[in-house]
Design a protein around this ligand. Sequence first.
Ligand SMILES: [Zn+2]
Length: 525
Amino acid sequence: MDIIIKNGKIVDGTGNPWYFGDIGIKNDKISLIKKNIEKECEHLINAHGKIVCPGFIDAHTHSDLAAITNKAASNYLTQGVTTNVIGNCGWSAAPLNPNTVGDLLSLIAPDINTDLTKLWQSFGDFLDFLEKTRFTINLVPLLGHGTLRIAVMGLDKGKPNNTEMDKMKELVKNGMESGAFGISAGLEYMPGIFTKPKELIELCKMVAIYDGVFSIHIRDEGNLGGEAVDEAIYIAQNANVSLQISHLKLDGKNNWGKAEQRLEQLEKARENGIDVTTDVYPYTFCMTNLHALLPDWLFQKGLENVKMAMKDQKNRSKLKKYYKNGTSMLAPSTLEDWDNVILTNATNMRYKNKSIYQISKENQIDILDALHEVIISEGLAILVVLKGMNEDDVQTIAKHPLSMVGSDGGVSKEEDRKIHPRYYGTYPRYLKKFVLENKILRLEDAIRKMTSFPANKFGIKDRGLLKEGFYADINIFDPKMIKDNATLQEPNKFSEGIEYVIINGKIVLNGGKIKRKYPGRVLRK
Ligand SMILES: [Zn+2]
């Protein structure tokens, strides 16, 4: 045997209570689980008194391109995460069309100036490219609706015509056949905001043929959140597809306390035979690109013209109306909301860590002028913090049986500070806060939400449980030592307490220290 883990408390990922046992690993698989394995082995790990559980499967990440550039994935190893579902919120790194790839990158990765279309174009090419790259964690790819819509019709606001619809369906078919686990959509972002349910139903029908998942960032996470959840359910029902509602939240103060209501919508849909589940991260604030706070008509003449367009008086009054009628933190409607839009990443020290409201007050200018100045100084892609949620709602969602865990993060370079702390802290924070401190979940249930539940939802084979014949993706830790250290001010501080992480039978975290081995795999459905 290669590795034997002795004397641990096995939490196997099913939600069942822990039991004592030893685990034997041969090559990349768990070969034996029983009491007292007495065999020769290369590595003996004494897990006395510690929890031994499956590696965590992060149901919601954006590691698509980062997996190539930040292959160490240290921010995830220190959380015990061994697998990332990628391609979320409508964004995947493929398929690409050389004629429209500029539109895509201007929205999601404005810093990239290599011609990606020379490296891959189809979804299958992208997965092949990934496969040739060495990285640490396993990747579970989803196909992004935003990406494939841009490949077919750029940033066109209209409905796809029949030819365009056929092309999109063909791209979904190709993607699913090359191994995608499903499709994602982001209806709060371009081009998702232009997309009607009918278009998604057509595409999801194709996904359903391959037994894939439809993962959706819903159209509104604020005042119209109820309608947005209904829309997602409507699409899933008509396409007969398995539905995942991403990062469920109640955004904006007037929606606080409505978590039960949202969850009841999911329960009711399930009673009607729709397989809907959701994921959540344990923070009360989110982070997004500044341009997500601008209405789509401001983009009509392209991103570069936004700065100019904001000076136009007619646009000004339109903008005022737009924000006055805002329904979520993406269109802040009150001064209090604008005070919760915070520029933690501003390069200009006059703006850094200040809210848009603060900037307007300090400079005695109105909100739109403050916003305009920030765009001129920091660009449209700068990430802003939106403090819009309430802890009770987050916990109500977290403890509900239909929710799993998803960080909405991505593999990160250690020096990267322009990120949300969820990239470094989601899993330890969830365990520490919800299991140990607030005791709203049993350890075994929390671990199920991080392992077999996402594996089952996305159809990830032979992972998510500690079981003979399953892949050896394993964590060892003492729950009392688990701690997240990442904060808004220091988002790139590693979590503590995970002692060992094994991926595909290779020890990648040993006594809390990162071993630079790259056993990660691209998983295909
Ligand atoms: Zn999202």
